[in-house]
Design a binder for this molecule. Structure first.
Ligand SMILES: [Zn+2]
Length: 305
C-alpha cells in the first residue's frame, strides 16, 4: 500500500489505467458541463464561468482595476469570473454540487472564492461589506468561509478544496483562509499547472510550504496535456517525472496528472516508462515517497508495454 496517492485528472469520462483514483472535470470554466460518473470524483469550477458571465453581464466580479473578465491583464484571470456573493449563482451551484456529489465519489471545487485582489466592488458587495461592520479583508474571508460551510452541508462524500499555488497572499487575493477551509475540507489540492517544469526546485519549495501550512492532506496537480495542446506545448516526461519525485519528497499526500483524456495520460505513461536512465538516477533522490513515484512508473510498464 502506497502512502502517496496518484490520480488522473481528465476532461473526458474515461478512466486511465494505472492510477489510484480518477477526477473528472464535470463543470469547467467555460461553463460547459458533462454528467458526473459514479466511480470518479467530480471537479467543479464554481465562480469562474464564461457562460454565466455572458448571460448575466451584471454578475461579473468588479474591482478598481476593472471586471474579472477574460482579457483583463491586471489579474491572473483566464476566464470570466462571477461575483462570489451573487445569490442566484450561489444557490444554483449549491444544488448542482449536491446533485453531482450524489452521482459520483465526491466533489473537488475550484474557483470557490473571489476572483483576485480588490474583488468584488459591485454595489451588492459594497453594501454587504458596509453592513457587516468588518474590515474589507475580514469581510471577504467571511463570505468565502460561510459559503464553503453551506457547501459542506450539501456534500455527503469527499469535499476537496482546490487552491491557487500562492501560500502567502491567498487571503488578500481570494478571501481564502487555509485554516477556515480546513474545517470543512477533507483535503486540499494545490493546482500547480504549468507548461514546463524546468525549475523543479520552485515547485518542491511550494509543495513543502503548503504541506507545512495546510491542516488536511495535500494533493498537488501537475499539467500533462490540456485540450487543444500539441506535443510542443506541454511539459516533457522528464520534467514531469523529476518534479513528481521532488514534490513527493516534500511530504505531499498525492499527485494528480491533468490531461484532456485517458489517451493523453497513456502517452505520458509510455513516455515516462521510456525514461529508463532518468528513472534509475531519480532513485537516489529520496526515500519512501520518491520510491513510490518510481514504483508507480514501474507499474505502468505492464500497461503501456
Ligand atoms: Zn460583488
Amino acid at each position: 500500500m502506497r502512502d502517496v496517492k496518484f490520480g488522473a485528472y481528465v476532461y473526458e469520462p474515461e478512466k486511465a489505467s494505472g492510477f489510484d483514483f480518477h477526477l473528472l472535470r464535470v463543470k469547467i470554466e467555460t461553463g460547459a458541463r458533462i454528467p458526473p460518473v459514479q466511480d470518479m470524483y467530480s471537479n467543479i469550477a464554481v465562480f469562474a464561468d464564461n457562460a454565466a458571465a455572458r448571460s448575466h453581464p451584471d454578475w461579473i466580479s468588479q474591482s478598481p482595476l476593472g471586471p474579472a473578465r477574460m482579457g483583463n491583464s491586471n489579474f491572473n484571470i483566464y476566464w470570466s469570473v462571477v461575483c462570489a456573493t451573487q445569490p442566484e449563482h450561489r444557490a444554483e451551484k449549491l444544488d448542482y454540487i449536491e446533485d453531482v456529489d450524489r452521482h459520483s465519489l465526491g466533489v473537488w471545487l475550484n474557483s470557490q472564492y473571489f476572483a483576485d485582489h480588490g474583488h468584488c466592488t459591485c454595489p451588492r458587495c459594497k453594501e454587504l461589506w458596509r453592513k457587516s461592520g468588518l474590515g474589507w479583508l475580514e469581510w471577504r474571508r467571511k463570505e468565502v468561509t460561510d459559503y464553503i460551510a453551506q457547501i459542506r452541508e450539501r456534500v455527503k462524500k469527499e469535499l476537496v478544496m482546490c487552491i491557487q499555488p500562492d501560500p502567502v497572499t491567498a487571503c488578500e487575493r481570494y478571501g481564502v483562509d487555509f485554516d477556515d477551509l480546513a474545517k470543512y475540507a477533507d483535503a486540499f489540492n494545490v493546482v500547480m499547472f504549468n507548461k514546463n517544469y524546468a525549475t523543479p526546485w520552485y515547485w518542491e519549495m511550494l509543495a513543502r510550504g503548503f504541506k507545512k501550512l495546510l491542516k488536511k492532506p495535500v494533493y498537488i496537480s501537475l499539467y500533462v496535456y490540456g485540450p487543444g495542446d500539441t506535443a510542443k506545448d506541454v511539459p516533457s516526461a522528464s520534467e514531469l517525472l523529476t518534479v513528481s519525485v521532488r514534490c513527493a519528497r516534500a511530504g505531499i499526500d498525492g499527485i494528480l496528472y491533468l490531461a484532456s483524456g485517458s489517451s493523453q495520460i497513456r502517452d505520458f505513461q509510455k513516455a515516462a516508462v521510456d525514461k529508463v536512465e532518468l528513472r534509475e538516477r531519480l532513485k537516489s533522490y529520496g526515500d519512501q515517497p520518491v520510491q513510490e513515484v518510481l514504483g508507480l512508473v514501474k507499474s505502468w510498464e505492464k500497461i503501456v508495454g
